[in-house]
Design a protein around this ligand. Structure first.
Ligand SMILES: Cc1cc2nc3c(=O)[nH]c(=O)nc-3n(C[C@H](O)[C@H](O)[C@H](O)COP(=O)(O)OP(=O)(O)OC[C@H]3O[C@@H](n4cnc5c(N)ncnc54)[C@H](O)[C@@H]3O)c2cc1C
Length: 430
């Protein structure tokens, strides 16, 4: 049986490996190239940044092609990884069971979470390697009653050189990403075609017959018995819309707002990002030097890399984004989102103040990098893991299936969803 998997991130990498393991003839179609971490030294960009000539966040694509950014409104920048491994390659390595909204649709992913955690062995980054300001902010959060905890991470702390920049790719190979699953799929016989974006799914009656891709060589039709879309909350929605198949205008992205302060010699880049976090109602706080804001957000220009301190608010916001067939995304924050961000910002400021971090406390660039919700699962679809309205042999295996925003790391949940989808398919097929 010939299966096409579209995308090679948290969902697609896992789906490719599991379908191959189940004996299928798997072809992975990946829009991006082989992932490469950013090779330029970050400190070399400091003079350009100070001079204010770094431009907007769109410059990042020239420095680091795997990182895709786009504005979905004047104030919100969306970020994703377009390369092998998808967005996992530019992630911070955090692992959490993000289960918001799953109870409501009767989906229990405990078994999948347990299996993935047993494979990925989450660890916490050794506390004696945290920077003093990060330690002080942890203690401040503790005294304030926010109940901070070290963040579970899929990484090897011994190999980590603490460059602080997981988001531009791990040069030391310490951080796990979904390329490992893609490689396992390849070793087991899967074929992988890079720089091959899928434009649409081809449908005859109630069956998908394959996909149309538009690679450098031009358009090509590729036939298959089974198509699994795992192009992420934006990519999967774009393909479905271009195929005139159902998509919901409910994209969520988990809004990140980093509150910037300063402390002489804080050197936050000498540790991994987000080594601890506090969990609140639909948001977390975590120490984070947001490199996009550092480079491209004008209000952050005055403070240098060594002295910059940041605390991130990651908020589960309202699911209201629209993805068009050409990949354009329209999404605005609602007044409720703004109110929640303002309240969370006050908590972040309190942590910094109590840890002797100096103001002025300047909000960074609003950005979102957890894209989901465009093909939300409903209660009556849990048994089949098949969104109704799609052809019988067309499945989705990524974060698009998760009905609502989380304000939490989402890799584990994207992969757990993909695992359940693949197991459901393979249990059904003879
Ligand atoms: C800066 C940053 C840091 C993050 N840190 C963390 C973290 O520490 N922990 C965590 O849990 N989450 C983190 N996330 C979020 C997490 O990485 C994503 O939620 C997760 O990877 C989503 O998985 P996915 O399979 O849905 O999509 P992705 O991993 O994005 O995979 C989608 C894949 O589809 C490909 N694709 C897209 N369109 C097409 C097309 N038309 N044809 C073919 N291929 C296509 C893409 O190139 C990509 O390979 C972070 C996100 C960002 C932006």
């Amino acid at each position: 049986m010939r299966a096409i998997v579209v995308g090679s991130g948290a969902g697609g990498g896992l789906a490719a490996r599991e379908l191959t393991k189940a004996g299928m003839d798997v072809l992975v179609l990946e829009a991006g190239p082989e992932f490469r971490p950013m090779s330029r030294r970050v400190t070399l960009t400091e003079p350009l940044r100070r001079a204010g000539v770094m431009g907007t966040e769109r410059t990042i694509r020239r420095l680091f092609p795997a990182m895709w950014t786009a504005r979905s409104s004047d104030e919100l920048v969306l970020v994703r990884g377009i390369a092998t491994g998808g967005t996992t390659t530019i992630a911070c390595g955090n692992l959490a069971r993000a289960t918001g909204g799953l109870d409501e649709i009767g989906l229990d992913l405990t078994r999948e979470f347990e299996e993935l955690e047993a494979e990925l062995h989450p660890i916490t980054f050794p506390r004696d390697r945290w920077r003093p300001t990060t330690e002080a902010m942890f203690q401040a959060a503790e005294s304030l009653g926010y109940d901070p905890a070290p963040t579970p991470k899929a990484m090897n702390a011994v190999r980590c050189v603490a460059c602080g920049l997981c988001e531009i790719g791990c040069g030391s190979g310490a951080k796990w990403d979904a390329r490992r699953w893609l490689n396992q799929a390849k070793l087991a016989g899967a074929e992988v075609r890079l720089e091959t974006p899928v434009e649409r799914v081809l449908v005859e009656g109630d069956r998908a017959t394959g996909v149309l891709v538009r690679a450098k060589q031009g358009a090509e039709t590729i036939k298959a018995d089974l198509v699994v879309l795992a192009a992420g909350g934006i990519g999967t929605a774009q393909i479905l819309r271009a195929s005139s198949l159902p998509v919901q205008d409910k994209l969520w992205t988990d809004i990140v707002l980093t509150i910037g302060g300063k402390k002489k010699g804080a050197e936050m880049l000498s540790e991994p990002p987000m080594v601890w976090y506090t969990k609140h109602d639909r948001f977390i706080l975590s120490p984070y030097l947001d490199i996009l804001s550092h480079w491209f957000h004008q209000p952050w220009r005055k403070v240098g890399l060594r002295d910059r301190v940041g605390v991130m608010v990651k908020l589960g916001e309202e699911a209201n984004g629209v993805v068009e067939a050409d990949g354009t995304v329209r999404k605005e924050l609602t007044s409720t989102d703004h109110d929640k961000l303002a309240a969370a910002t006050e908590l972040a400021k309190r942590v910094m103040l109590d840890a002797d971090v100096e103001g002025p406390f300047v909000p960074g660039m609003l950005n979102g990098g957890h894209h989901g919700g465009t093909v939300p699962l409903h209660r009556d679809e849990i048994e089949s893991m098949h969104p109704s309205g799609l052809p019988d042999n067309l499945y989705v295996a990524d974060l698009s299936l998760l009905p609502r925003s989380q304000g939490l790391p989402t890799i584990l949940t994207a992969s757990a969803l993909a695992m359940r989808v693949v197991r459901t398919i393979t249990n059904r097929e003879p």
